[in-house]
Design a binder for this molecule. Sequence first.
Ligand SMILES: [Zn+2]
Length: 177
Amino acid sequence: MLSIPHALTGFVIVKTIEIYVPNTGIEFLWQDLTFWLIAAPFSSLSHRLLDNINENGLSTKEQTNYDAIPHLLIYALAVFTGNLEAFAKGSLTGNFPDIVDKKGYIAIFYRRIPKLKKAIDKIIAKNNWISKVAKYMTEFSYYMHSKKPPIMNPSPVTTKIIGVVSAILIVIILIKT
Ligand SMILES: [Zn+2]
């Protein structure tokens, strides 16, 4: 699954909980608690479920044009519609296992810039604290990702369509809420 469908699911979960969990008066703390205790875990778990739909056959350029760039544009729209916090919470938690796995998306450039991987690996190996964090993060993302192969293997075109439809749905929610 590309990052936009994961962001859509996370955003819907965060928004739903913000709207339907009743306010208590201690609004700030309450919203934080409902986010960390309900929305964030559900959103991260939705990732594992959604990854049953594979994303294959897309080139790095297609992933950039159909996923990375529209995702960034949606962030810009979220700023203008005053939904940045809710969208960022949904997008970051919905994509959390991949963010950990791809080292904050730096790893997607490894194939094109092999030197980058070497440089990052060197930084990790050199610093005891960073290498410890990296080790735990790797373990964590291992458990956050299913060990079974994906159930559905859509064609590259279908993968693109899923991305575009998800993007449109996010835009509608951003504008309407
Ligand atoms: Zn994933």
